[in-house]
Design a protein around this ligand. Sequence first.
Ligand SMILES: Cc1cc2nc3c(=O)[nH]c(=O)nc-3n(C[C@H](O)[C@H](O)[C@H](O)COP(=O)(O)OP(=O)(O)OC[C@H]3O[C@@H](n4cnc5c(N)ncnc54)[C@H](O)[C@@H]3O)c2cc1C
Length: 223
Amino acid sequence: MRVRPAWPPPPTWLSGASTSLSSEAGGQVGASIAKWGHVRVFSPWRYNIDAAARRLLNGAGWQAPDDDWLPTGAEIIEDYLAPLAKVLGDRVRVNARVSAITRLGFDRVRTNGRQDVPFLIRLENGEELYAWAIIDASGTYTTPNVLGASGLPAHGEADVAALIDHALPDVPGRIALFSVADKAAAPLAAVALAQAVGYGWVIGAVASACAIAAFGLLAYHRL
Ligand SMILES: Cc1cc2nc3c(=O)[nH]c(=O)nc-3n(C[C@H](O)[C@H](O)[C@H](O)COP(=O)(O)OP(=O)(O)OC[C@H]3O[C@@H](n4cnc5c(N)ncnc54)[C@H](O)[C@@H]3O)c2cc1C
């Protein structure tokens, strides 16, 4: 039988059997999913929504997405995780990275009775919380494999770390950025050429059309 220790008194958010807290390191719920928000998943909505979460959301007047739709990461956040976080209120904390988890009052040389004391959770900001159960859902997205074989970094990998994208960069978005930049530069080059060869008004008009298209693309890609 588990006995709650008299000291320290569990914080109020742990006093009820159903009380729980979600601690998210990122600045928003689904912070890792947001990094691949441009990718569509292969499981339709019906497999992505937890039954208990659905009950909570339904009680809050949520509009359930189409069960058969394959959402993008961004849609998972917008249509599911963000509304769920709103329902859960202050039980969801963002910018709250867990830096360590241990058993209260126990270190590596003590074992007997570990199961009878709560977990002690230390956040990066120094705050300490207590819990009787923990689900580590920190994922793997922020701790990718190294590039080298045998689980070791490739020689020199650390030196170019800033240039390596480990997982699912938004390549089309980046290509669009370059193509927009190219298109934005093209009118300027065209005007310069026009002035040089004396067809200013014709090429100037073409250049203006290019500029409008470039800004249209820019707005479309929200860059
Ligand atoms: C492109 C893509 C498509 C996918 N499609 C599918 C699919 O169709 N069907 C399917 O079933 N699965 C799919 N998956 C897998 C699925 O997304 C993952 O299995 C799932 O997101 C894992 O959930 P998680 O909560 O464990 O981790 P994550 O979703 O990675 O979330 C971990 C969270 O923990 C936070 N965190 C990390 N460290 C700490 C810390 N120390 N303290 C506090 N917070 C921390 C991170 O900021 C992050 O928000 C897909 C994955 C990817 C990348």
